[in-house]
Design a protein around this ligand. Structure first.
Ligand SMILES: Nc1ncnc2c1ncn2[C@@H]1O[C@H](COP(=O)(O)OP(=O)(O)OP(=O)(O)O)[C@@H](O)[C@H]1O
Length: 559
């Protein structure tokens, strides 16, 4: 509910650079984001879509669409008549029902007396024989479909105590599946349509009692604050328990827990009727696969694609919300004879319901001021009336002429609500969180690859060092052996030359005559031999030094 509703959904959902609230076109049905076949069209067709069409594709950069105003969609209102209950069958046996329904004409006649009646038209008129399935299909299914397409949606029941609001919305159908109410059927359709690998469904279940919001999934949490985004005006309840729902069974378990807590609260108040407004919030988050793939291929065609660019492109998600509201009974304080605490409670219920009525009146009359802030209920329903949600209201009435006054006020409430126009907008935004997660994974991969390469490099160095050490040791060994061989060789030659000299000396001693003659020759030979010997030793030493140099060179190389 928003004061500036006619100027673009009350200014909601349009002020963020990341958000891309999109306007529907007017020629074709919007595509399902996750590639599954769409739910079939609503039975009866009473809730025609006010808009449908292909969603404008995001540009390659995923920028916002130029239009942020959304598409006008009137609040749809159905009236449902409860059959006479046992008490009414007895007490009103002699009286006609206070209403007469003409479902084929979508009309309701409210009898003033035996002769006169007022006629009202609704979007749908549901008789006391209407099945729960039919009620779901005409009241809620179009809204659920819309939520699955990425729009916010609200289904709300309004009516006097005991006229069937909870019957319509909250019946679990444990004993008879045909009796399942709107909440159960809506979740069945949602879970059947989503893609579990990429989409998520989560919910919160709350009650608003005496202007306090209590968590029906965790009742000790009984004063939850409403937080409004100052930029977008979007309302959220960050203190509420949010549970992800993966299958119908866990959803039913959560509903049972919530109902048990709601019943416990009512029992404490010694009443069977609901004194609180129950609010089920279902958040649907869907990945828009087709769009990001298209963006990638577009940029590839433009020659701008690189794996880096693609991995930096944030995926697009649609985050829509289905709100199902089971209001407390709308009976008057004077008639319920309330006093003391009950009077305070009735005042509180009336405060929220009357401020809801005032807001709806203001919106219906296009008033400049809509008193949204008068109660928590109207703040919570800000998006549902005059906001960006597709809204469907079912007003429940009883047949008893004794409650003609309440029935009339319920009908009038429904009539005024039919004049409220919302501006439905696609709730699309960039999914920076998932981009972060993707980049984190990329980063982890790169770090692991880097580690692997460093280890490989270290191992290589170790291997080459070991090989070099082995080669140096081998060379040293070879060098030592050849050095030893050389030494032995020269030593042997030295010994041999000494031997020769000794022999010559002996010969010289034995022939003295020859001695003088040959002495000079012999001395010359010895000289030559010594010279030769010196040269050989020098060459051996040189070679040895050379080998030593080579050895030290290899050792340096090894270092
Ligand atoms: N369409 C219906 N067909 C049969 N029984 C119904 C129908 N609507 C309501 N009832 C019965 O009427 C009784 C009151 O219904 P319910 O509790 O749903 O009313 P309510 O509007 O939610 O009341 P309250 O405001 O006090 O919570 C229940 O016993 C319910 O089973």
């Amino acid at each position: 509910m928003a004061s500036g509703a006619r100027n673009g959904g009350g200014g909601l959902g349009s002020r963020t650079t990341a958000k891309m609230d999109r306007q529907q076109g007017s020629t074709a049905t919007p595509k399902a984001p996750a590639g599954k076949p769409r739910l079939s069209a609503a039975g009866g067709g009473a809730y025609r879509r006010t808009s449908s069409g292909p969603l404008p594709a995001a540009g390659a950069g995923g920028g916002r669409n130029s239009s942020e105003s959304g598409v006008s969609s009137r609040v749809r209102v159905a009236v449902r008549l409860r059959p006479r209950n046992a008490e009414e069958q007895a007490a009103d046996a002699d009286f006609a029902d206070c209403v007469e329904l003409q479902p084929e004409l979508k009309r309701l006649k409210l009898r003033k007396n035996n002769w006169e009646s007022d006629t009202f038209e609704f979007d749908e008129v549901l008789t006391e024989f209407s099945s729960q399935k039919r009620v779901y299909e005409v009241v809620a299914k179009p809204v659920v479909e819309s939520v699955l397409e990425g729009y916010n949606g609200t289904v709300m029941a309004y009516g006097q105590t005991g006229t069937g609001k909870t019957f319509t919305l909250g019946r679990l159908g444990d004993e008879d599946t045909a009796a399942r109410g709107i909440m159960v059927r809506a979740m069945e359709d949602i879970l059947a349509d989503i893609t579990p690998e990429t989409d998520t469904v989560s919910l919160s279940y709350l009650q608003l009692y005496m202007e306090m919001i209590q968590d029906l999934l965790d009742p000790v949490n009984d004063n939850i604050a409403i937080v409004e985004d100052p930029r977008t005006g979007d309302v959220s309840l960050p203190g509420a328990t949010v549970v992800e729902v993966r299958d119908q069974k866990s959803f039913m378990d959560l509903l049972r827990i919530g109902e048990a807590h709601r019943v416990a609260a009512n029992t404490k108040l010694n009443t069977e009727s609901s004194r609180s407004h129950a609010i089920l919030m279902v958040n649907v988050r869907r990945a828009v696969k087709g769009r990001s793939e298209m963006n990638v291929s577009m940029s590839a065609e433009n020659g701008h694609s690189s794996s880096m660019m693609d991995s930096l492109r944030p995926p697009i998600v649609r985050k829509s919300k289905l709100v199902v509201v089971d209001l407390a009974g709308s009976e008057r304080i004077d008639k319920s004879g309330s006093e003391g605490h009950t009077l305070e409670e009735a005042k509180s219920i009336n405060l929220s319901l009357s401020s809801l009525g005032k807001c709806i009146n203001a919106l219906a009359e296009s008033s400049a001021h809509v008193p949204v802030r008068d109660s928590k209920l109207t703040r919570l329903l800000k998006d549902s009336f005059g906001g960006t949600a597709r809204t469907s209201l079912v007003v429940t009435i009883g047949p008893s002429p004794r409650h003609r006054g309440e029935t009339t006020s319920t009908i009038m409430f429904g009539q005024r609500a039919m004049k409220v126009q919302n501006m439905v907008k696609l709730k699309e935004e960039f999914d920076y969180k998932s981009l972060c997660r993707r980049l984190d994974i990329e980063l982890d991969k790169l770090i692991a690859e880097n580690e692997r390469q460093r280890k490989y490099f270290d191992d290589e160095i170790e291997r080459i060092t070991a090989e070099a050490q082995y080669r140096v040791a081998e060379a040293e060994k070879e060098c030592k052996v050849s050095l030893e061989n050389e030494k032995m060789k020269y030593h042997q030659e030295y010994l041999d030359s000494i031997k020769i000299l000794e022999e010559k000396w002996k010969v010289h001693q034995q022939s003295p005559k020859k001695q003088i003659k040959e002495e000079s020759t012999s001395n010359g030979d010895v000289q030559d031999l010594l010279q030769n010997e010196k040269m050989l030793r020098q060459s051996a030493e040189d070679e040895s030094n050379d080998l030593k140099n080579q050895l030290s060179h290899w050792k340096k190389m090894e270092v």
